[in-house]
Structure formats: C-alpha cells, structure tokens
Write a protein that binds this ligand. Structure first.
Ligand code: URA
Ligand code: SF4
Length: 215
C-alpha cells in the first residue's frame, strides 16, 4: 500500500452528495487502479436501517451501484420475506472499489477479499456516511463490514444475530447487528444446508428491523 487512506480526499461538506462526488476521485489505496469506478451507496439520508456489505462485486463495479449482482438477488429474497422494502434502506459497502485479479486466461475477474489495510484506508467514507445518515441500526453483512463498523476483528459465528446496543456516550448512537454475507448463502444454494441458512439470515434481518422500529 502506497497511499495513506481516504482521509485526504474528504470534501469540506459532509452531506451524501458531496461525499459521493468526492469518493469518485479517491486514491486512498491502490484498489481504484483496476476498478471501473467507485461504487458509493444507494438509499436515502433519512433511512433508519443501514446495510453494509464488503465491497462491490463484478456487476456492481460495472454498474456503479451496490448490491445489483448475484448476491443481491439472495439479499432481496431475504428482505422480501422479512418485509423490508429496499426504499427503507441505506445500502453501502465497507470498501468502495472492487478488489479482484484476472483468471489465467486474463478474461474473468475473480473477487479477492479486501485486506485489513483496504478496510482501514476506506473507513473514512463509511464513517462519514454513518454520520450523515445517523441510522438507528447498522446491519453488517459479513466480517469485512463488521470489522469496519466496529473497528475490531469479528467472528461471525460467535457474534451474529444479536443487537449491539448504541454507545451510551452518544459517540455511536446507532445499534449494530452482525450477520452473514449473502454471498456465503449463495454458495449453499441447492445444498442441504440452504433452508436453515436462509431462515437464519431472515431471522437476523427481522431482529434488525424490529429493533430499529422500537428505537
Ligand atoms: N457484495 C457486497 O458486499 N457488496 C456489493 O455491493 C455486492 C456484493
Ligand atoms: Fe479510496 Fe476506498 Fe477506493 Fe481505496 S477502495 S481508493 S480508500 S474509495
């Protein structure tokens, strides 16, 4: 890593439009070089529920929108069962550029998990989004999102599904709930574990929704 993170690319104004425009020029780590474009977020500044994913995938990188590819279909199915409308959500990612490598033939782009250094470099964007939206509850989809939101390593198996209450000092006024990443579910499609895994994902989203409503 040669750059010092996104901090130096922050705009003066921290509203979502200003953040989105500034993020397009971010060079805070090397991931922008091989990506098509930054993928910032989707949703309204007044959303009560914020969903944080890992990073854009291949389709998101091309379209410039978060969660529009295969993982999004699983996510959308689960949201529908839960009764959560996408319009109620603010959806973003811990890392805003698609980390990947080319396959041996140099054709297909293969997803690489972002390194901790990328999560840290990109964190100022997520932090500014949190401050701009001030959601009631943040759902972390997977370990990368949880690491960025909580600022520490997280084991999904040990921590998923329960509500981490807002920090009473007011520094962090939103609750946090950790669940699996929908692409982990995608890998189970057609396998015997699918139903239970999907139901558990829906249950986590239901907890998130009812908690945000009650806050
Ligand atoms: N996976 C993510 O974590 N985010 C996206 O936007 C798409 C796939
Ligand atoms: Fe900036 Fe994040 Fe993209 Fe790195 S991944 S260049 S920190 S927006």
């Amino acid at each position: 890593m040669t750059s010092a993170g996104a901090e130096g690319f922050m705009p003066v104004a921290h509203d979502l439009d200003a953040l989105r425009a500034a993020a397009a020029g971010c060079r805070g780590c090397e991931l922008w070089k091989d990506a098509t474009q930054v993928v910032f977020s989707r949703g309204s500044a007044s959303a009560r529920l914020m969903l944080v994913g890992e990073q854009p995938g291949d389709v998101e990188d091309r379209e410039g929108e978060p969660f529009v590819g295969p993982a999004a279909r699983v996510l959308d199915d689960a949201l529908e069962v839960t009764g959560i409308d996408r319009s109620e959500l603010y959806v973003t990612n811990a890392v805003k550029h698609f980390r990947h490598h080319l396959d041996q033939r140099g054709k297909r782009r293969i997803h690489d998990k972002p390194a901790v250094a990328h999560i840290v470099a990109c964190h100022p964007w997520l932090d500014a989004e949190l401050q701009a939206v001030r959601p009631r509850l943040v759902v972390c989809l997977g370990a990368t999102a949880a690491r960025s939101v909580l600022g520490r390593p997280v084991r999904i198996g040990a921590e998923r599904g329960r509500v981490i209450a807002p920090d009473q000092r007011g520094a962090v006024p939103w609750a946090v709930l950790i669940t699996i990443h929908p692409s982990a579910l995608l890998r189970l499609r057609g396998e015997s574990g699918w139903d239970a895994a999907f139901d558990a994902f829906v249950a986590d989203l239901e907890t998130a929704r009812s908690t945000a409503q009650a806050m």
